[in-house]
Design a protein around this ligand. Sequence first.
Ligand code: UD1
Length: 420
Amino acid sequence: MDRLAIIGGRPLFGEIAISGAKNSALKLMAASLLTDEPLVIENTPRLADVDMLLKLLAQHGVDVEFEGSTLKLQAATIKSTEAPYDLVRKMRASFNVLGPLLAREGKARVSLPGGCAIGARPVDLHLKALAAMGAKIDLDEGYVVASATGGLHGAKIDFPFVSVGATEHAILAATLAKGETILTNAAREPEIVDLADCLNAMGARVENAGRSTVRIAGVDRLGGAHHTVVPDRIEFGSYAMAVGAAGGELFLRNGRIDLLAAAGGVLEEAGLKLTQEENGVRVRRLGDRCRAVNIVTQPHPGFFTDLQAQFMALMATADGVSVIKETIFENRFMHAPELARMGAQISVDGQIATVRGVKRLKGAPVMATDLRASMSLVLAGLGAEGQTIVNRVYHLDRGFERLEEKLSHCGALIERVKGD
Ligand code: UD1
């Protein structure tokens, strides 16, 4: 297994181009199943998760052309409505093929998903939404077997709590349902707005995406479209925090402060200066160390959970004590003991981690446990004294495009060590 070797303590100077958002690209790709015409998705990141979904789409009958960051998908006919366990278990977002297959073909058999080990992560809200639209749903040996012989119909769906995936899934399915669907307590993440923009370009009628009540008027058919993926706010926030951990100044091309929502203010409070320019954001650290700030993870526009691990790494060397509360996932502090191996002082009690900042971390061998946790170890390594080895880099390859190349262009000493 590949590892990353990082020699810490070098400030970062230069430019990093922020890629298209993985979390958006994956849902846009699922949207290709809704039409027999070509969907061209520009600014698609080259990531292991994208490749995995491409394999799944290909076995459903989607033609795939991927050149540079331009992905062209065409599902002229659907060859199979089954999404097998082997292709779905590794990534939760694959589950989102269920709604589009059901909407277009009236049936689907999709394995229950897997993904990062950050809690139970059920799909009950996804299934309730599809059932409200008239799908008959059974579970059979780890598979969801769904049918809607007369097609899906519009419905009023009130989510008991906010779910990004369930909101997206309901929107995807509702585009081809008969009549109007109204979602209340919907997630408001930028990736949902991106999905709605793409679907509307395909001929769908999705209104109010990005607000808690979304209305979708079903249409008979969707066509092809050209769409550019929104920049990845997680990658952007992570590299901004890399400046916080290592010092220096970076220009993050394509970065958009508005996408960070509450996290933008938190980073400023922690002592980073973020300046929006025409094509990106300039980031520098004011002072030698960041300052401790308390955070609570929340759905958008709150501080997003996908930056929590990286923020903990930043707080590990901040001046003061920071209290971090994770409210979205029940098991998302697995990076804490790894950061502690590098000298971080963190105590975890249920949903709350208390971080007492130390002046400097010390490099150590550490183990990446999930995608965002892996990035937190990279940030810690960039600021630490000596060498850090981050094991299990395959997690990073799922979600951060050309990470070591982007960072080493800016002066970081980071290299991939090939494993057996
Ligand atoms: C998406 C993102 C992920 C991010 C998360 C929260 C993708 C590919 N992944 O994940 O990076 O961390 O949003 O911003 O876009 N839940 C249920 N039942 C359901 C659905 C969710 O109980 O049917 C729970 C989950 O276990 C979790 C919470 O709801 O505790 C929020 O999950 P959700 O917003 O659905 O996250 P994902 O869409 O899986």
